[in-house]
Design a protein around this ligand. Structure first.
Ligand SMILES: Cc1cc2nc3c(=O)[nH]c(=O)nc-3n(C[C@H](O)[C@H](O)[C@H](O)COP(=O)(O)OP(=O)(O)OC[C@H]3O[C@@H](n4cnc5c(N)ncnc54)[C@H](O)[C@@H]3O)c2cc1C
Length: 452
């Protein structure tokens, strides 16, 4: 008889695990709290067009991830030319920075000062007093003056705490470079995960939407099933979880006080995405613009006009998305839609990129727990929680908030794929030890014609 597996969450991590398990002949139930699949990487229909949740650039160098992505999407993708800039004090800087553009924006004197600061930093790196903080990483990369000018306010906008309090492990993540081009599904990034879930159902598995899992069911130190919010209990041979780690761990029986205290110290930021419908065509040439400076509250503006033409379904209007970050207990998280849209309209109009009259509608999407907060010292707390969860048999923990990892789509897919191998073959992959930054020994990339 095939093994019975419950997968919690149908985002990239959960959908991948379910897909790989169904492909290998397991009997799979996917439990998804929301009314659709794809998690934070789902695509939505808005004003006749398909849009993603912010800029969902899929990029992985891992051949296992890329092969799977291509297996699912087939040829239904296009290469998108990445173009991004950084908006500070009303000026647009190329990113990665280019000398000519920086010189024009900063003026000769200030550019010379920034350059001198950068050179000083390279010659005499700052003392290691805060070497593990995001601030020290940014200063070492840009020099003190340029850092203060462009990036100093960004970490606080993103994570709600100062850069000196943030772990340097966030560094590469908030200022990711990456390739000049990346592949994007013709029907939006969520198409990959929708197809994975369709496949699970075709194989006889079940995808239960609007069905949040409340807690794991245990027999001693073995997970034997899941309990839904409705109190119903279902038994399984294995459970793969991508629900928030803090929720999963906090609801285990007999959590030792030290683990409970560590669990409470692991926090997340929420994202509010405000989509604006504009009558303007094209608006600006970038795929997205980062907004790190003080002034506007938004952290990023995505322009879906510059992704894949088929996502527009022939519509000529341009849909833009302004992202905002906040904590769950902040008043901003409770603002009603009209207030969020009014703010986004004001901030977009103030950039001068669009005329106010061209902004004709707005929609709001709230994404709870979108970003784990890597406060300095968080690793100690995470380790305690990990150790407590790790001892449970029959359980695989994966995903962005599932494992409190700053995982992008590629890393979430990898976790799902390896979790399925653990379940099916007892492969023994240590999912907790996965390091998203580690390069695969056989790197690959997706091009217009397939894998290279
Ligand atoms: C604004 C924004 C921009 C991003 N840009 C990029 C980008 O450019 N490139 C990139 O690679 N990644 C990007 N990401 C990150 C990417 O979306 C995530 O890495 C990916 O979605 C994580 O997959 P996941 O399956 O771990 O989690 P999720 O996508 O969050 O999926 C988890 C699923 O579990 C469900 N769930 C939660 N609790 C329960 C429960 N108790 N019971 C049942 N179901 C539950 C949720 O509803 C959700 O559907 C971005 C994210 C955001 C928010």
């Amino acid at each position: 008889m095939s093994e019975r597996v419950a997968v919690i969450g149908a985002g990239p991590a959960g959908a991948t695990a379910a897909y790989c398990l169904a492909r290998a002949g397991a009997d799979v139930d996917v439990y998804e709290a929301s009314d659709g699949v794809g998690g934070m990487a789902r695509s939505i229909d808005l004003w006749g067009q398909t849009v993603d949740i912010g800029p969902q650039r899929f990029e992985s160098s891992d051949p296992r991830v890329n092969e799977l992505w291509l297996e699912v999407i087939g040829g239904d993708y296009e290469m998108v030319a990445r173009r991004t800039r950084v908006l500070v004090d009303g000026r647009l800087y190329d990113y990665p920075l280019r000398a000519g553009n920086a010189l024009r924006n900063l003026g000769a004197l200030e550019a010379a000062r920034c350059l001198a600061g950068y050179a000083r930093q390279r010659l005499r790196p700052r003392a290691r007093d805060a070497a593990d903080s995001l601030e020290s990483w940014l200063v070492s990369r840009f020099g003190e003056r340029l850092y203060r000018r462009l990036w100093a306010k960004y970490p606080e906008k993103l994570w709600g705490i100062g850069p000196e309090e943030l772990d340097a492990g966030l560094a590469g993540r908030c200022l990711r470079g990456g390739g000049e081009q990346f592949p994007h599904p013709r029907q939006g990034t969520g198409e990959v995960y929708a197809r994975m879930c369709d496949f699970v159902e075709k194989q006889g598995g079940r995808v239960h939407l609007d069905t949040p899992v409340a807690r794991l069911v245990l027999d001693g130190a073995r997970v034997t099933g899941v309990q839904l919010n409705t109190a119903e209990i279902y038994e399984y041979d294995h459970v793969v979880s991508s629900m928030p780690l803090t929720l999963l761990a906090g609801r285990l029986p007999d959590v030792p006080p030290a683990v409970a205290a560590a669990n409470a110290k692991l926090t997340f930021r929420n994202t509010v995405v405000v989509y604006l419908r504009t009558t303007a065509e094209s608006v600006f040439p970038d795929t997205w613009i980062d907004v790190p400076g003080p002034g506007p509250r938004t952290v990023r503006i995505t322009n879906f006009d510059n992704w894949v033409p088929s996502m527009r379904h022939g519509e000529r209007e341009t849909v833009l998305a302004l992202e905002y970050r906040c904590n769950g207990d902040e008043e901003f998280w409770r603002w009603d839609d009209a207030r969020c849209v009014a703010l986004a309209r004001r901030e977009l109009a103030a950039t001068g990129l669009v005329r106010p009259a061209e902004i004709i509608d707005g929609e709001v999407l709230r994404v709870p727990k979108s970003h784990p907060v890597y406060r300095r010292g968080y690793r100690r707390h995470l380790r305690l929680v990990e150790d407590h969860v790790r001892r449970l048999g029959g359980l695989q923990v994966i995903g962005r908030y599932g494992a409190f990892r700053y995982a992008d789509q590629g890393q979430s897919i990898l976790m799902g794929l390896l979790a399925a191998e653990n379940v099916r073959h007892g492969a023994g992959h240590d999912l907790w030890a996965l390091d998203g930054a580690a390069a695969h020994p056989r790197p690959s990339r997706i091009t217009a014609t397939g894998l290279a």
